[in-house]
Write a protein that binds this ligand. Structure first.
Ligand SMILES: [Zn+2]
Length: 213
């Protein structure tokens, strides 16, 4: 059994579609400006409106947020676009993840990226016979992609590089680790870089031009 009515919130009219079911509690959701309510058979319209008075604000805010997220700039992880539908992000691998805001989603992309950078730094350290291993930091860096601090034996990577493909990120990791052997950007330095990253030149151009893949 279905019924509909109009609910007014902040001088705006919202259609409400009520579906009566064999259930114990009332549930509310908002999609494209329409409230969908599932309610037990015995519930009155007055009772449903009381619930809307309580939940409308939150549901409208969330609907607006999701709309702005959908219209916002596209997000990429490891070179592939992250598909966003409502509060669900789908990665190129098919894996899905929920989030509460764009900020939250970007934080989560940075975590995934951080894990990768740490893991790959360890991988290249062993390949390049670098001991002891470096401390790895992911931090806000505006003008540089990464840095190697000899003093603190720390490699830092900029936190906004999650959009780039793994190959491009690897080229940055190799660059920073090559500074373990040569602290300048000399021929010797680049001979180390190219040994472990033969496509370094291409990858580095992409990094600088913000070409993700
Ligand atoms: Zn350098």
């Amino acid at each position: 059994m279905k019924k509909s009515f109009i609910y007014i919130y902040n001088n705006k009219e919202y259609p409400v579609e009520v579906t009566y079911k064999m259930k114990k509690s009332i549930s509310y959701r908002l999609k494209d400006g329409v409230f969908f309510v599932n309610a037990p058979y015995m519930v009155t319209q007055k009772r449903i409106k009381e619930g809307l008075d309580k939940f409308a604000k939150k549901l409208i805010e969330r609907d607006n947020l999701n709309k702005s997220l959908e219209n916002d700039k596209r997000l990429f992880l490891f070179g592939d676009e992250v598909k966003i539908e409502g509060d669900v992000a789908t990665f190129s691998s098919g894996e899905k993840m929920t989030f509460v805001s764009r900020e939250d989603l970007i934080d989560k992309l940075i975590w995934i990226y951080s894990d990768y950078m740490i893991e790959r730094t360890r991988y290249y350290e062993s390949l390049m016979s670098i001991v002891p291993s470096y401390k790895v930091k992911i931090k806000k860096m505006k003008s540089r992609f990464g840095s190697n601090s000899k003093q603190t034996h720390t490699i830092s990577y900029a936190n906004h590089l999650y959009s780039y493909s793994r190959d491009i990120l690897d080229s940055l990791i190799v660059h920073e680790l090559a500074h373990h052997f040569f602290f300048d950007h000399s021929k010797n330095f680049y001979s180390v870089v190219y040994k472990y990253c033969p496509n370094y030149k291409k990858d580095n151009v992409k990094l600088k031009k913000r070409i993700f893949k």
